[in-house]
Design a protein around this ligand. Sequence first.
Ligand code: PMP
Length: 362
Amino acid sequence: MRADVTLADLPLRPELVGEEPYGAPQLDVPVCLNVNENPYPPSDAIRREMADAILAASARIDRYPDREASELRRRLAAYLGYGLTMTNVWAANGSNEVMTHVLGAFGGPGRRCLTFTPTYSMYPEYARNTHTEYVTAARHDDYTLDAGLVLSAIDTQRADVVLITTPNNPTGTSTPLDVIETVLEGTDAIVVVDEAYQEFSTTPDASALGLLPRFGNLIVSRTMSKAFALAGGRVGYLAAAPAIVDACRIVRLPYHLSAQTQAIAEVALAHAPAMLANVDLLRAARDELLVRLPELGYEVVPSDANFVLFGRFTDRHLAWQRLLDAGVLVRETGPAGYLRVSAGTPEEMAAFYAAVEQIGHP
Ligand code: PMP
């Protein structure tokens, strides 16, 4: 084959032909409100401790890291509470990788993964990459779910793995715990409750973690990328029955979590209250978006996460571009006519409101 081979010349898997790598634009813009991060970095003291932990780990960087990430999983279990232990917890490079492990273990050829749209745009990619068929059912018009809708979709779509995202991305809609409980009482499919944004909820304790002692098919997925302010560290995790963790251990690549990743995340968990200290501020910024955007003439979708869908624009791409021209990056995603903005610092929010007032209503 010629050295200047192009993608079109290569024997790519047919389902990958024409596909683009996933990802929001990473642009160098003063105000980035596009990927739902926590914009408050750790203190200098915590960063120093992270650096020291990496220095200590590098003393034996010639060796592979702890393949089981035992200390990290122990600390994650302690952070979650609910009597969970390391055997209930699995961790990987972001919940994106955790979910790939789940579908690697429980999806695959001939299996179906069901989600409730509109929802997180990476799910179809996890399914594609694990050769799992991706099927969907629409949420109600207000983006809520009830147990009847979920159970009937599981039945008609013959789902093997069900993903319920609460609060949902990109709508911010929470699914009440009693709905999840009724779903679990009605199915033996693997039910993944993606709680990536749970810490931002007005009811953070209404977590599906409390249902784990009763349901062996329940997986609760969490991440350190959002409330925990560790998106750059790349750590996601799940809590489930030990047998589910064992299934993930079969499909993971050996030594998938680097020594540096484990070291940084362990320090972050030792300082959980400090890492989470600004969640209340972000909740308040979210609540302010829900009040101020309607005052500026926009529709908003009620949100329980750290972002808000707002619109509706006739030409949302033009609105997105005008905000970008004003130095504010938001996300062009979700139902037609809407943009999604993440809650930011007071300075970022001030810049966002000033930009929104400039762009009009394209
Ligand atoms: N689940 C949901 C609902 C998300 O919105 C995201 C990030 N946008 C993730 C999972 C993945 O996060 P990470 O891989 O950074 O843990």
